[in-house]
Design a protein around this ligand. Sequence first.
Ligand SMILES: [Zn+2]
Length: 153
Amino acid sequence: MKLLFRANCAYILGMQPSLTSPSAMERLRGVGLRPTRQRLALARLLFDGGARHVTAEQLHGEAVGAAIPVSLATVYNTLHQFTNAGLLREVVVEPGRSYFDTNIEDHHHFFWEPSGVLQDIPGAGVVVSGLPQPPDGAEIRRVEVIVRVRRDA
Ligand SMILES: [Zn+2]
């Protein structure tokens, strides 16, 4: 697969909180999820700070820090419910290592090694050419690129 980068794309867009973003309650109702107390509390942690990438463990740590009584298993389940409902996008960087992205626009990522930080690349910032024909009876839904980077020496 050949990747072509646009020379002048701004990499650090899309991480500002939006002043017009819907409330946690509106988000849950909008996708038909019952706004239980735990879902609301986790949705506020996730969405009130603007676009971000979090692991289940990070979000659980934030919940504990905010005195929200929730188990890590519930955080996992809730993140997957939110993802299935289209509120989040899961970014699997390695087997067993997922980030949950509050930015659900089509975009790509830099993955910083070894810190594990994900950084958005705007969708138009990567052009993928030479994709294979999808298998019979299948269509390509989207292409996500993870560019692994590390500080140069
Ligand atoms: Zn992202």
